[in-house]
Design a protein around this ligand. Sequence first.
Ligand SMILES: Nc1ncnc2c1ncn2[C@@H]1O[C@H](COP(=O)(O)OP(=O)(O)OP(=O)(O)O)[C@@H](O)[C@H]1O
Length: 296
Amino acid sequence: MSETEFHDQDENRAAEQIDCVHEDPFDFDEEPLVSLHCLSHTYPDGTRSVHDVSFAVRAEETVGLIGGNGAGKSTLMEHLNGLLDVQEGQLRIQGEQITEDNVELARQEVGFVFQDADSQIVAPTVIDDVMFGPLNYGAPKDEARERAERALDRLDALHLSDRVPHHLSGGEKRLVAIAGVLAMDPSVIVMDEPLAGLDPAREQRVRSVIETLQAEGIGLVIASHDVDFAGSVADRIVVMDDGDIVGSGTPDAVFYDDTLLERANLRPPTAVRVARRLGVEADRPVTEDALVDLLS
Ligand SMILES: Nc1ncnc2c1ncn2[C@@H]1O[C@H](COP(=O)(O)OP(=O)(O)OP(=O)(O)O)[C@@H](O)[C@H]1O
């Protein structure tokens, strides 16, 4: 199917969804870093998990991907770096269509941080684990070590280098998983529930890592059930339900759209609910800080 036909489909779909916020993800001047058109994905057991999805990430933007259990967030994200093949549709990275011949481009340019950090651990020590990606892509050992040390240092985690990854705390494992991705120098990083299971201090650590990555201009896709977190970190929110993207837009547009949130079985962030109770929703605060600024 041609790009134009895909765009026509987007337009048709947008027309069906006039009750919800819905940006065309391709209606921007610049070429996205990553774009995915996925007409459907069916798992081997016959479960059809996403259908007719168009998704894009642009340079320097953070996309918050939200939706209830089984909405299709992980399936969509696993397409972005070629973990799952696009069965019907296409994945483009920096304008280049990904096929089985160049899927390595997707793996290098789009890093994936899994919710379960244990599933990403492959080596007996942290430094070996973080070096694994660069070595696997042909970097000489010295360069791989240098990249791994630099990545751990950026996360203030260099002191973990000689530790056994499986013995680390959940928060430390997540930092190591992020370091493994950073060592590959990707232009986009996809994170599945990056705060899940973390105590407040580790949560703050990962939040500040995300801010660092944003400041460095890395494109981010962050899936989370935590709408407060998604609203505080994302430039754009994409809402999924039952394998479809059912709406997208800026956090204030999405989180004040009750029809959209109800459809996806989501509640608005705390700041939105409090702003409504206080009668100050006209200014559309989405975060605690925005609400406090409004009231002070
Ligand atoms: N390996 C698999 N085999 C069969 N079905 C699967 C597989 N992985 C996911 N699914 C199904 O695909 C659908 C979408 O699942 P997915 O994990 O993408 O949703 P999600 O939005 O990430 O959910 P959650 O928030 O619960 O993690 C669900 O119906 C799920 O049961």
